[in-house]
Design a protein around this ligand. Structure first.
Ligand code: ADP
Ligand code: MG
Length: 334
């Protein structure tokens, strides 16, 4: 449905690239989350797709039509893409219904369509109000109604919940995606929150420094992360550096990078209790009760600190920790 080929964008004539050689595709009806730290190029990518920026290299194909390349550029309003941004961007002097009507000049029966969209987002009775008379969550649902009203092929959400507090965020996110699922529109959902992505996306694309690090379904990102960074995004992870290899007496190849999930590190009171291949002793510095489990902050003889989880309530000051080779994650690059 959407194909991105070698897309690059620089804001300073090629000195550095906000987006570099990005390639991926999106199937119709899919929800794809774009995850990355602030500054990783997420907004640049979606602005290029929406036609708010022009690429320096590469092309964007929607359906069978090139919408952006070096010699082709389809205007944003001709792309059939709906946008919802972090700031609700509603027109303050227009009513809610007028805001939704704004984008749909070309559809017949547009008043009915706008009202249907307000029904869809659960704001049927608020069409006559002005944006300032609505809560943040309601305004964002109006923004969604406005984006969906012209029947876009692709809906882009760029950190739409970042302005809202945590409780409301989760609730609104679930509501919004319940609404979106009903429309069967294809979605690109930009977020810096891994939990958001895991909750709603069919696939997740990881951006780092303007490059695609990995695109996969959530389960594969957890089991087969490409890099230590991806591994850390989807669960607490310890880098098995030279010091740790020494401490656990597990010599590994110099050319690769290794890690272990904190949850795979086993804790026991004596070395004879563990059935792990690699073991070391550790001093318990701190115990934190987290629900049923206890999180231990540990210090190794080498000075390294790490945390592990245990169910054992009677933990001594010195313990043994270990892991097995089958649980080691291996990466080509750090
Ligand atoms: P994200 O949305 O992941 O936070 P952005 O796409 O906004 O990342 O930014 C990627 C990089 O491009 C950052 O280094 C940012 O400073 C830079 N950048 C973004 N927009 C502009 C712009 N209009 N002019 C110059 N630099 C920009
Ligand atoms: Mg952004």
């Amino acid at each position: 449905m959407l194909t991105i080929n070698s897309l690059s964008k620089s804001y300073n004539k090629g000195k550095n690239f906000a987006l570099e050689d990005v390639t991926f595709n999106l199937k119709a009806g899919q929800v794809c989350a774009i995850v990355g730290e602030s500054g990783s190029g997420k907004t640049t990518l979606v602005r290029l797709i929406a036609g708010l920026e022009r690429p320096d290299h590469g092309s964007i194909v929607m359906g069978d039509k090139v919408i952006a390349s070096l010699d082709k550029f389809v205007q944003p309003e001709k792309r059939k893409i709906g946008l919802v941004f972090q700031e609700y961007a509603l027109f303050p002097h227009l009513t809610i219904l007028e805001n939704v009507l704004y984008g749909i000049s070309k559809i017949k029966h547009k008043r009915k369509r706008a009202q249907d969209m307000l029904d869809l987002v659960g704001l049927s009775d608020l069409g006559d109000r002005y944006p300032h008379q609505l809560s943040g969550g309601q305004q964002q649902r109006v923004a969604l109604a406005r984006a969906l009203a012209p029947e876009p092929s692709l809906l882009i959400l760029d950190e739409p919940f970042s302005n809202l507090d945590t409780m409301l965020r989760t609730q609104l996110r679930n509501e919004v995606f319940d609404i979106i699922k009903k429309t069967e529109v294809t979605v690109l959902f930009v977020t810096h929150d891994t939990q958001d992505a895991l909750s709603v996306a069919d696939e997740i694309l990881i951006l780092q420094n303007g490059k695609v690090i990995q695109k996969d379904v959530a389960a594969n990102l957890y089991v087969n992360p490409n890099t230590l960074y991806v591994a850390s995004l989807f669960g607490s992870t310890v880098h098995i550096n030279k010091n740790l290899q020494h401490a656990f007496r597990c010599p590994l190849k110099e050319t690769c990078c290794y890690a272990i999930r904190n949850e795979k590190i086993k804790v026991s009171p004596s070395s004879s209790d563990t059935d792990c291949e690699y073991i070391t002793t550790a001093q318990v510095i701190k115990k934190i009760q987290l629900g049923e489990s206890i999180q231990l902050l540990l210090k190794l003889d080498s000075g390294e600190q790490l945390t592990v989880m245990t169910q054992d309530k009677n933990i001594a000051d010195t313990i043994f920790i270990g892991f097995n080779s089958t649980d080691i994650l291996e990466f080509e690059n750090e």
